[in-house]
Design a protein around this ligand. Structure first.
Ligand code: AMP
Length: 461
């Protein structure tokens, strides 16, 4: 197994890695970094959680340490599909580049153009942007992409889902042919394959196996139930959810409730709130400031339960939680692995519960096929049926599993969501961005957990 020291990174980058506390590079890092340092294009097939962000930021910092930025001509560009992900990349840069003097700017929607223009005018080494906002700046004649030495496309498959591929193609064409490209995607859809063929030059393919297993530390259960009629299904799910939460008692320190639809995220959040739970919600339609506050509150343990949609939660560095609740059975089996992977991290125990209605059995079958194990069935008695107050209502039952191939592929697309964020300067690295912080964020007192003990500057402002 390779060590960080074997990868050829500069002492200043190594020192920052040491500060963050990483021992060994992840597979994507040990494969991608040496090639990126050599100047080769890299095509990384990897998803969030594999350490891919450091896989591209570390060699970029190493390479950009020499040289100076010119006004309006950034030297490197990182494109991320959402504001949150762009902000997360900026946080990573902030950490890893703390001993290197690099100017950075985050160009995301929801932030005034004027402030962003000022930053670009001064010259930036690293520009982190969502495609729409970047092109807005370009069209206003404020930005030149002809000085780009390194370009990163992160989460290309999500760019595809969100309809950003034409923008990406356009941006590629605005950058010099001589640039180095680091391109990351969890999957290689034909459209993504096409643009990599067109815009990458003899890339080094670095692939990290897809996650298809679930941690042994996680106790998984599924509650299959029926409702008297269709109208009662959602209500019964909410009742069951609250019953399980109550039954879990002190074992539940914090948890994420995943819903398939945004509308259910809202309803479940309101319902839990009404029943006295400390709860917040994130999905693509919610106000950005609210989302950032909810995330900060959850990381800070001010909020115990986070109700989320897959797309809003995917890619976000949410701290480990004790419980994951699948309010709905995810339509894509891989989402199950991602969802429950939020718990049982770093050797800790975790619990994952899933609620399954008859029409969701087909998705459950697919999940069991993917994880190659049956998910134990539980029977949960609703309070109104219970006879004794103190007895746990959760019992194990033995259920046979049928496997039905899932034929219909359903898409659960979310709105293009971008986050407002406000990273600030740290040591020599200046992450430049603007707007006013929210009061809720300002009031944060205890350390925010997420990227280790690091508190992203934008969450504190
Ligand atoms: P990413 O896939 O880039 O979103 O990274 C997922 C998480 O892994 C982040 O919280 C990183 O801080 C963390 N991470 C990245 N590289 C390493 C490493 N070499 N050792 C331990 N943790 C890491």
């Amino acid at each position: 197994m390779k060590k960080f020291i074997d990868l050829g990174l500069s002492p200043k980058v190594m020192k920052a890695i040491n500060d963050v506390g990483y021992d060994t590079p992840t597979p994507i890092q040990s494969e991608a970094i040496p090639h990126a340092l050599e100047g080769r294009d890299v095509l990384g097939i990897a998803q969030t959680g594999t350490g891919k962000t450091a896989g591209f930021t570390l060699p970029m910092i190493h390479k950009l340490a020499r040289g100076r930025a010119r006004a309006r001509m950034p030297r490197s560009l990182v494109l991320a599909p959402t504001r949150e992900l762009a902000a997360q990349v900026a946080e990573n840069f902030e950490q890893y580049a703390k001993y290197v003097k690099l100017d950075m700017a985050l160009l995301i929607g929801g932030v005034s153009f004027k402030d962003q223009d000022r930053l670009i005018d001064r010259g930036v080494d690293v520009l982190i942007a969502t495609p729409g906002r970047l092109l807005d700046h370009f069209e206003r004649g404020k930005l030149l992409l002809t000085g780009i030495e390194i370009m990163v496309v992160d989460e290309a498959d999500r760019m595809l889902d969100m309809g950003f591929i034409p923008d990406i193609e356009r941006i590629f064409k605005l950058t010099p042919f001589t640039r180095q490209t680091l391109f990351f995607s969890a999957t290689m859809a034909p459209e993504i394959n096409r643009i990599t063929q067109e815009f990458l030059q003899n890339p080094k393919l670095v692939e990290v196996a897809r996650q298809a297993t679930t941690s042994e530390n996680i106790t998984q259960n599924v509650i299959c139930f029926k409702a008297e009629n269709r109208k009662l299904e959602a209500k019964k799910k909410r009742d069951l959810l609250r019953t399980i939460i109550k039954d879990e008692g002190e074992k539940l320190t914090n948890g994420i409730v995943f819903c398939n639809r945004k509308v259910d995220v809202d309803i479940v959040m309101k319902s839990l709130k009404k029943h006295g739970h400390s709860v917040g919600a994130i999905h693509g339609d919610l106000d950005q400031r609210y989302r950032m506050e909810v995330l900060a509150g959850f990381k800070n343990n001010d909020i115990t339960l986070l109700v989320a949609s897959d797309v809003a939660a995917r890619g976000l560095d949410i701290p480990a939680v004790s419980h994951v609740f699948n309010f709905d059975v995810p339509i894509h089996a891989e989402d199950y692995v991602h969802r429950i992977g939020r718990t049982g991290r770093a050797g800790r125990k975790g619990w994952a519960f899933m609620l399954c209605l008859p029409h969701e059995i087909k998705h459950l079958d697919k999940i069991e096929e993917l994880v190659k194990q049956p998910i134990p069935r539980l029977e949960v008695e609703l309070p109104k049926l219970k006879k004794q107050e103190n007895k746990s209502r959760v019992k194990n039952i033995d259920t046979k599993i049928e496997t039905n191939p899932l034929k219909k592929k359903q898409e659960n697309k979310e709105e293009k969501s971008e986050a407002k964020s406000n990273p600030k300067a740290n040591n020599n690295t200046k992450i430049k961005n603007n707007p006013a912080p929210s009061d809720a964020v300002k009031e944060t007192k205890s350390p925010i957990k997420g990227l280790g003990e690091h508190v992203p500057a934008f969450l504190l402002r």
